[in-house]
Design a binder for this molecule. Sequence first.
Ligand code: PLP
Length: 507
Amino acid sequence: MEGNSTDTYTGNRGLRLEEPLIFEQDAPGRSGVDLPEPPPVQSRLGGLDRPDAIGLPGLSEPQVVRHYTRLSQKNYAIDAGFYPLGSCTMKHNPRLNEKMARLPGFADLHPLQPEATVQGALRLIDTLAHWIKTLTGMPAVAMSPAAGAHGELCGLMTARTALEARGDGRKRVLVPDSAHGTNPATAAICGYAVEAIPLNDRGRVDLNALKDALDEDVAAFMLTNPNTCGLFEDEILEQAQAVHDAGAFFYCDGANFNAIVGRVRPGDLGIDCMHLNLHKTFSTPHGGGGPGSGPVVLSEALADYAPRPWVVHGEDGFSLVEHEDEAAQAAPYGRMKAFHGQMGMFVRALAYMMSHGSDGLRQASSDAVLNANYLLASLSKELSLAYDGPCMHEVLFDDGFLKGTDVTTLDFAKAMIDEGFHPMTMYFPLVVHGALLMEPTETESRESLDQFIETMRHLAKRAKDGDAQAFHDAPVHTPRRRLDETAAARRPILRWRPDPVQGEAAE
Ligand SMILES: *Cc1c(COP(=O)(O)O)cnc(C)c1O
């Protein structure tokens, strides 16, 4: 691995310490706890008992504490600094949410507890569903999907079920060129052929191309609004009309709902189903693969085809509709996951909504848009805007400003790391060359935005001044420098093996 060396004797850099794998610190027999010898038991495993120890490393308690503390210090997080990743809404997560989610009455529930003992939890799900329906202007919501992509799957399965119920076997799903990869992947998993719809020169869906592609074979059109170029799809009413005239359903990817909460109700735009990423818009710590929660709101046309379970409120309090014979549903397809959804995230989302109130949510989306436009206005001279503004909650630049400098978007991002910034989203959306997609969110102060802006200006000037080598060398101040990202993706070594000489880990 290149660039791993330092000129210190220990390999440490000041107080940033090198940290071996926990297995590499193993001292056999060392332990942080003293357990009594277990009494002899008669094995009932029929000879399948494990013959050896399972290979846990031996460390003392202070070694374990240091190991995980050092690892945590290598992690860049929203709590450590500005995190302008676009298309992901990495915003501050109020501590109040965490406190609520840790209340033992929520945190210690078991999903198989009798309903009579979880009335508060069911009421919370019901109240959150009410807020979600109110904010989106939609009559129904499926709460259980476990993330945005899972919500997309739920939405398309619901649409497919509704189509099948009317004997309609449509085969195609239309997805704009700028869509998040999960959109075409979802359509493909549902068995549909995916057809890309191009953007116009304003960064929005080309309405004529959409109309040309729509026919009686199209099951759904999947739009993202605001779209992944950070722009509001201002012809959405015409799109909805065209989609419905063709007898198709209108799916909206609601990952960017943070930009419009309290200002626009998707239900008023002609949308049939839309997932919300509670972990983006309604603040749960996320990233690195979890956790997520992706409730899906449904229009009148799809409400009857929602997956189970859902909460109902009767004379005896709240209960869950879980079984086929409990509801007169047209053509149910069952459920999306084993239990009722991501309870901890429901608690966080409701705490966020209730502590902000409707005026506070509206203010948050306005501030998110304001902050992104502040970046747009401050940087459009030094960087190159992909499409004319104003933008919504994120601003999209292309690599035009790096032309002739021999510095790529990737080099530029690595230099940002040396300056102490997590890079923005790069090379997405794919339709924009060398894309740099920045989403500051509503919770960044004017001071932190100004510092970011000045840093971007400085780096852009440095690139234009011909200092390409410094960019190729970056990052120089990180624990590791440039990794072989292709090898890491293609040949990941996910398992430590005791003997690297003979084992595959030797790679
Ligand atoms: C994040 C995102 C998704 C996927 O959501 P997950 O919760 O990560 O599954 C889909 N579409 C867009 C536009 C997104 O930003």
